[in-house]
Design a binder for this molecule. Structure first.
Ligand code: DGJ
Length: 715
């Protein structure tokens, strides 16, 4: 519910458990009052007082300084000398920016964004309308509330209503000023093969933050940030989260003043973005999802999970059962053909899998990673009768078919590059760097997007397939576009993302029943922007189960299990003869959407039975992964990982417990179940709602790891 109290000029945005409040003061300024638990807002957070050296607005009085007052949005060189949300370079050459509040509008639902991924639905929206007299720009700041999820979505729209061209040099989707408190900054940090590890550090005086300048949200950082009260735990204490619905360069910054005030900003990366806004043009920032929890980090994650499943993922797939796949990559890399693929398909069917995914190598002259990208026609040496005929054979076996693509890239050794060397991203007068021997297509050029979409549509026409894995295997560099004029070159990376989103939209619209899985050399583009089109994303190229545990734990902090694609693999590096064994690998993969990557034609009878049994067990719990609440028990030791997923009505749960080196324990306190209840598995083992007694249930001890899957129903 959004309420405007005309007497106090106060807006109150209320969700099920939270409240966000702001006030218009001196007619032109919007100050932030409160974000936290519902009905706790006192509204006195913005007392004005004279502060030496703080620039003040003379017409209002010495005690009114934008430098000291908490605001909803802050503007460059406007007297707020902290890190600010918005900066516009005016036609007069300076970048002093000051938007005054003019009016507001409240409406049901939200505005649809055509070009950007965004949260679907929404209960109500508050639109605050500001105007900057010098740049003659209108700024509309949006707050859409999602009452059931306890989330608020924020973004901004700029309109140049003047005659002169201006440049947007900083565009944050949101700002949150917090009066004070002792917080830790929680982010998801990593690198290739070790993405999204939870990183926690105290918020100190000064600026801290995360960013990507790599052209994708990246393996190194993730567009997610949380502030957690120092004393908060998984189940207790206050925390805020910010999640950017965007897949390209971003920044999220936290500034703490000496007096303890905090400001959080999230938006496009100011170093790699600027936008030329001509008279009459408009510009939208991507959006940020905000949430608050008074019940620790688990509730924070649950709010985000509910929001992503209910409002970001394509509704057609969000809660739908997902196929268990055999993917060809780890076992065969580029070395396969139709007959080998059909052998895999036959075996996959006998193992009760649902789908075979033909990964990289089915198209063009793609025999290794040095050629073929951009040539989206089937490789007739590998599939002599074509893809359509192959797809019929796969379906005749009783299996579904998935196909890998990497449509944003081009190999210099390809027919497409010979024809269109000008279709790659490259700054003028420079040589483009390579990444995995490939270049990046210039998606700022609509012609390139249309060409690739049409080529894929042509090739896939008549092919019976149910899944696409969409890969993206390098970072952007020398990001210039041949189709943009000099003054718009610094728009290239954002325009590349808009082109990529258009490509995602056109292909998902062309194949509405096809499930898309995102991927970027593992989890280099694991973000809410991608989840808008691809309801699941390959989490990491590191499939060693022990290494996967911290990656998956971090991922689940911000994204639901149904977003996380996790396979049981046997690779060159993690051979089956070495520990951990198949059952441990399976236990770890159960954190997300299960699949297999291994040579399934060489399994022994025991392993085949084991896999069949795993798939039955997985299918019995998949509905919990698709719609349940995730709880991480709070006193886990180093080396101990547990994911507890509980049905919304608490009638059943699955506990995935792994110990990779911590002290053995007899009892694990649980949260999230009905404390007074008892739950029982099919074998009659029982768990009390408040704790797991290890003596009561069987833990298999394999190698050095102890682990357990307990699926129980209330009795
Ligand atoms: C990187 C992905 O993460 C892998 O799973 C695989 O699809 C390769 N690319 C194929 O080139």
């Amino acid at each position: 519910m959004i309420i405007f109290d005309d007497k106090n000029k106060t807006f109150r945005l209320k969700t099920r458990n939270t409240e966000y409040a702001m006030r218009i003061v001196h007619e032109k300024y919007v100050v932030h009052l409160y974000y936290g638990g519902k009905n706790h807002c006192r509204g006195d957070a913005c007392k004005e007082k004279i502060v030496d050296f703080a620039p003040y607005i003379a017409e209002v009085g010495e005690s009114f300084s934008l430098d000291t007052i908490p605001t909803e949005l802050s503007f460059f060189d406007s007297g707020d000398t902290k890190d600010v949300a918005v900066k516009i370079k005016n036609a007069n050459g300076d970048a002093t920016t000051l938007f005054y509040y003019k009016t507001y509008r409240v409406f049901e639902g939200r505005e649809e964004l055509k070009d950007l991924p965004h949260s679907r639905g929404g209960d109500q929206t508050l639109e605050l309308i500001y105007f900057d007299e010098v740049s003659a720009c209108v700024l509309r700041s949006y707050y859409t509330i999602f009452e059931e999820c306890d989330t608020i979505v924020r973004y901004a729209k700029f309109e140049n209503s003047g005659k002169n061209t201006v440049y947007i040099e900083q565009a944050s989707a949101c700002q949150l000023d917090i009066a004070g408190g002792d917080y830790s900054l929680v982010t998801l940090a990593g690198d290739y093969c070790c993405e999204r590890n939870i990183a926690e550090s105290p918020v100190h005086v000064g600026i801290q933050g995360i960013y990507s300048k790599r052209g994708h949200s990246s393996h190194r950082s993730n567009p997610f940030l949380a502030l957690k009260e120092k004393s908060a735990s998984e189940n207790k204490g206050e925390a805020y989260a910010f999640e950017f619905v965007y897949s390209g360069d971003f920044e999220a910054r936290v500034e703490k003043s000496f007096s303890g005030k905090l400001r959080v900003l999230m938006g496009l990366n100011r170093d790699t973005f600027s936008w030329c806004l001509e008279s009459g043009e408009t510009f939208y920032t991507p959006e940020t999802i905000l949430t608050y929890s008074a019940e620790g980090m688990n509730k924070l994650s649950q709010n985000l999970h509910d929001h992503i499943r209910g409002h970001i993922m394509p509704p057609r797939f969000a809660y739908a059962e997902r196929p268990v796949v055999i993917n060809t990559w780890e076992a065969m890399h580029f070395n396969f053909d139709e007959s080998k693929a059909l052998q895999y398909a036959l075996r996959a069917k006998s193992l009760d899998m649902d789908m075979i995914v033909i990964d990289d190598g089915w198209y063009g002259n793609r025999c290794n990673d040095a050629s073929g990208l951009g040539d989206w026609y089937v490789n007739r040496k590998k599939f002599t009768e074509g893809l359509a005929a192959f797809s019929e054979k796969v379906h005749a076996i009783g299996l579904k078919l998935g196909i890998w693509i990497e449509p944003e890239m081009i190999s210099p050794n390809s027919d497409l590059y010979k024809k269109h060397p000008d279709w790659v991203l490259c700054s003028r007068g420079r040589k483009a760097s390579f990444g995995r021997k490939q270049l990046v297509l210039d998606l700022a050029n609509d012609e390139v997007v249309d060409y690739i979409v049409n080529a894929l549509k042509r090739t896939l026409f008549g092919v019976k397939f149910e899944y696409i894995k969409w890969d993206f295997n390098r970072c952007l560099s020398e990001a210039g576009s041949a189709v943009l004029p000099a003054e718009r070159q610094s728009e290239t990376k954002h325009r590349f993302m808009l082109g990529s989103y258009r490509m995602h939209r056109l292909l998902t619209e062309a194949f509405p029943d096809v499930l898309f899985e995102g991927c970027s050399g593992g989890g280099g583009r694991f973000d809410a922007g991608m989840l808008y089109y691809c309801p699941q994303i390959w989490a990491s190229d590191n499939t060693d189960p022990v290494c996967r545990l911290p990656i998956q734990k971090g991922t689940l902090l911000a994204y639901p299990p149904s977003a996380l694609s996790a396979h049981v693999t046997v690779t060159r590096y993690n051979k089956l003869e070495t520990s951990p064994d198949l059952s441990f690998r399976f236990n770890v993969a159960c954190d997300g959407i299960l699949g297999y990557e291994m040579d399934i034609t060489r399994l022994d009878a025991g392993q085949e039975t084991q896999i069949r049994d795993q798939i039955v067990r997985y299918k019995a719990i998949q509905h919990l992964l698709l719609g349940g609440d995730v709880y991480i028990p709070s006193d886990l030791q180093n080396g101990e990982y547990a994911t507890l997923i509980v049905a919304k009505d608490k009638s059943e749960f699955v506990l995935l417990y792994r110990n990779t080196g911590a002290e053995k324990r007899d009892r694990l306190p649980l949260c999230g179940l009905k404390p007074s209840a008892e739950y029982e598995d099919a074998a009659g083992n029982r768990i009390k709602g408040d704790s797991l007694e290890f003596s009561n249930v069987c833990i298999q001890n394999k190698s050095d790891y102890s682990f357990l899957i307990f699926y129980g129903k209330i009795i």
